[in-house]
Design a protein around this ligand. Structure first.
Ligand code: SF4
Length: 381
């Protein structure tokens, strides 16, 4: 079976107010050095892991669209030199709409990338500027036009529900772009106030008057979810929807607690060893990472209990839930043996389906996934 690879491009023009992904705008002028170091890390890690082919590759960030077409071609050539792509490999790259050009898209397509994930977030200027996004309605629509004309691969669009000043109508109008521009996949995230972000600090001081909170933020996301359903996009994960089962195969590797290599500062990869796992994370400091990408990374061992908890936390994000046999094969126990009381409570409330094969939350149950997981983990402790 082919391997999976995540490549983290730690470049951004500036930080968006809500973002806690690792990136450092100060290193934007060093994009060539970063691309070279990513290439050498990919070569080293794939050789060490004995990768024979790639089944899925995901270039994310940060902002991969800040790499020039020439750097994209070089980076991608390093990936395919390290191991060939499987015939049906899925290869995704993230892009910000305001960076998109026909030349950049051609460099991606010519390199073998077959899935584009565009961070649209909203089609409304006030909503975008309220969280410090560089984009605009005009830039987003131009990028969508361009992608629908020249991009022959698959297309996924990211949106955020709960932006300051967002209404139900404005959210649905943004989401309507997905079918209009041929997207086969949509990610709809709820705006979250991550610890340490400017948005969280501002919210704490009451500095965001139009921020939807509590029930109204939830209602917005639910309105978006239901609208995507009407448009034909089936929910298959907490925040992800697809047309005709065009699910993200790479992200399914994470949700199914699979294995993947990762390259880039702050990026984590996981190798399984039976019921335990090794997690390697790149140094979250670009200067140090550049000095020795592999040597400065940290590896931690996840014990069997941590792996079982993570298996549940990731797998229950899927609408299809967790396969009981796979859990038992990996951890030697049926899920109902370790979290049976929680499962029967949630089943009794009609929020969890338990069959001989799987346990899965209903769409309603998924809205309170964190509560379900907290109860499971408490029972497992
Ligand atoms: S462009 Fe993306 S990665 Fe960069 S700060 Fe904004 S949300 Fe974060």
């Amino acid at each position: 079976m082919g391997g999976s690879l995540y490549v983290h491009v730690p470049l951004c023009v500036r930080k968006c107010a809500y973002c806690d992904f690792f990136s450092d705008p100060a290193f934007l002028p060093s994009s060539r050095r970063i691309a070279d170091a990513l290439g050498s890390e990919i070569r080293d890690r794939s050789r060490e892991a004995g990768i024979r082919s790639w089944a899925t590759v995901y270039i994310g960030g940060g902002t991969p669209s800040l790499l020039s077409p020439a750097l994209i071609s070089t980076l991608c050539a390093t990936i395919t030199d390290s191991a060939p792509l499987e015939p049906d490999a899925e290869w995704t790259i993230e892009a910000n709409p305001e960076d998109l050009s026909a030349e950049w898209l051609s460099a991606c397509a010519d390199s073998g990338i077959n899935r584009l994930s565009l961070g649209v977030q909203s089609l409304h200027d006030r909503e975008l500027s309220s969280v410090g996004r560089r984009g605009s309605r005009k830039a987003n629509l131009e990028a969508l036009e361009l992608a629908s004309k020249v991009w022959k691969g698959r297309l996924s669009l990211d949106f955020i529900a709960g932006l300051p000043g967002q209404s139900r109508e404005s959210l649905l109008e943004s989401l309507d772009a997905a079918p209009a521009f041929g997207a086969d996949h949509v990610s709809l995230y709820s705006l979250t106030l991550e610890e340490g972000t400017p948005l969280q600090r501002l919210a704490d001081t009451g500095g965001i008057p139009e921020l939807p909170e509590g029930d109204s933020a939830d209602e917005l996301w639910i309105a978006g979810r239901d609208f995507l359903g009407e448009l034909g996009y089936a929910q298959y994960e907490v925040s992800n929807f697809s047309l005709n089962r065009c699910e993200s195969r790479h992200n399914l590797v994470y949700w199914n607690s699979g294995e993947w290599l990762a390259a880039g500062p702050g990026a984590s990869g996981t190798i399984r060893r039976g019921s335990v796992a090794l997690r390697t994370t790149g140094m979250s400091d670009i200067a140090q990472w550049l000095s020795d990408p592999v040597g400065t990374s940290q590896t931690e061992e996840l014990n069997e209990r941590e792996c079982a908890e993570e298996y549940l936390m990731m797998g229950m994000r899927l609408l299809s839930g967790v396969d009981r046999k796979s859990f038992e094969l990996r951890f030697g126990k049926d899920i109902l043996e370790v979290a049976g009381k929680t499962c029967s409570r949630w089943q009794g409330r009609g929020l969890l389906e338990v069959s001989p094969e799987r346990i899965r939350l209903s769409a309603q149950g998924l809205l309170t996934l964190n509560v379900f997981l907290a109860e499971c983990l408490e029972e497992m402790s």
